[in-house]
Design a protein around this ligand. Structure first.
Ligand SMILES: Cc1cc2nc3c(=O)[nH]c(=O)nc-3n(C[C@H](O)[C@H](O)[C@H](O)COP(=O)(O)O)c2cc1C
Length: 357
């Protein structure tokens, strides 16, 4: 097994084990969540660049679930129609397409990083929702609405409808975003979830919302479509009651029988007080290895920047997928270059073969 061993999952075979990590592009022109030429060119060029799986950015299942006004969405059929050319192009390049379905929860209505971050107040902004009314601690926090059980059911339905639309738009893999302090993570973590109803308190209650979304999405999408879940393995808040790697391992074991095929293991971002450890190369691989003890296949992400490093992770069975984020912003042809330098068969687009002879 190595980086260029195909990845088989249900009815999908990805040509190699390099996955483009989901990365927000903040590029919807009219703040309407519709994919633009940017999304086609950005995701399409990573597919032409040889990646096995090309994952979309966090794609909002409701308008209030966007992080920033310019985030991608999939809350209507028009959104799916706008994404269909993207999946078609990715498939033409021999790559596998994946979509990350997301709800930003209390971190919604935020300016994109290039605009300084911080909350979007006024007409362009909206009221975020969360497990409680406790807002994300911006300097000038937005008032935040606590979801009741009926709201939770509606958002579960929104994830489900979005997943069906995504499959109709041609996506091969569906991933649920339950990491980075967004809505599903906010329910998992005792840092943000202090509810006293069926959705708060015990581990079972805090994981209920995610489990309900998983069950509902799994039932609605085809049997052959893989379902991934991205989690933050740890909240990086060791000094208070928080979500830990042990919790993640237990969660993974519980998600497997519900039809989850892979846990995409990231970390952090539930609270600005987090204590991020040394973020050297591959710093999150040990979390993935621990989560894999659950018996569920894992993907690992975080400072994977070299072909040799990505290959080592797969060869040594440390993860099933090497998920590459920022290096793909620097080099859309990361996988192609990896194949070239490691001596594997090149996934070169026909049009580019003369450049590699
Ligand atoms: C510009 C940018 C946007 C990101 N957007 C998302 C996102 O939409 N969903 C997500 O789960 N992670 C997102 N992330 C985190 C990355 O997917 C990845 O986990 C992180 O950058 C660490 O991997 P890397 O060191 O390979 O970049 C984003 C990161 C960057 C740099």
């Amino acid at each position: 097994m190595d980086l260029f061993t195909p990845f088989d999952c249900r009815d999908v075979t990805a040509r190699n084990r390099v996955m483009v990590s989901p990365m927000c592009q903040y590029s919807c022109e009219d703040e309407d969540g519709l994919a633009t030429d940017w999304h086609l060119v950005h995701l399409g060029s990573r597919a032409a660049g040889g990646a096995g799986i090309v994952m979309s950015e966090a794609t909002a299942v409701t308008p209030r679930g966007r992080i920033s006004p310019k985030d991608l969405g999939i809350w209507s059929d028009d959104h799916a129609d706008a994404l269909a050319p993207v999946t078609e192009f990715i498939a033409e390049q021999g790559a596998t397409s994946a979509i990350q379905l997301a709800h930003a929860g209390r971190k919604a209505s935020t300016n994109r990083p290039g605009d300084g971050g911080g909350p979007v107040h006024g007409d362009r902004g909206w009221t975020p929702v969360g497990p409680t009314t406790e807002p994300w601690p911006h300097d000038e926090p937005l008032s935040t609405e606590r979801l009741d059980a009926a709201d939770i059911e509606r958002i579960t339905e929104a994830f489900t409808e979005a997943a069906v639309r995504a499959v109709d738009a041609g996506f091969d893999i569906v991933e649920l975003h339950a990491a980075h302090g967004y809505l599903l993570h906010e329910f998992l973590s005792p840092v943000t979830n202090t509810r006293e109803d069926d959705y708060g308190g015990s581990f079972e209650n805090r994981t209920r919302f995610l489990r309900e979304v998983v069950v509902s999405v799994r039932e609605a999408i085809p049997e052959g479509t893989p379902l991934f879940v991205r989690i933050s393995a740890t909240d990086w808040l060791p000094d208070r009651e928080s979500w830990t790697v042990d919790d993640s391992t237990r969660l993974a074991a519980e998600l497997r029988p519900l039809g989850v095929d892979l846990i995409d293991v990231s970390a952090g971002a539930i609270h600005p007080d987090q204590q991020v450890p040394d973020t050297g190369p591959h710093y999150q691989v040990p979390y993935a290895e621990q989560v894999a003890e659950s018996g569920v296949p894992v993907g690992t992400v975080g400072k994977i920047t070299t072909p040799e490093g990505a290959d080592e992770i797969i060869r040594n069975g440390r993860a099933a997928l090497a998920i590459v984020g920022r290096e793909h912003l620097r080099d859309p042809y990361f996988a192609l270059h990896a194949a070239e330098s490691l001596g594997y068969e090149l996934p070169v687009p026909r049009q580019y073969t003369r450049g590699f002879q």
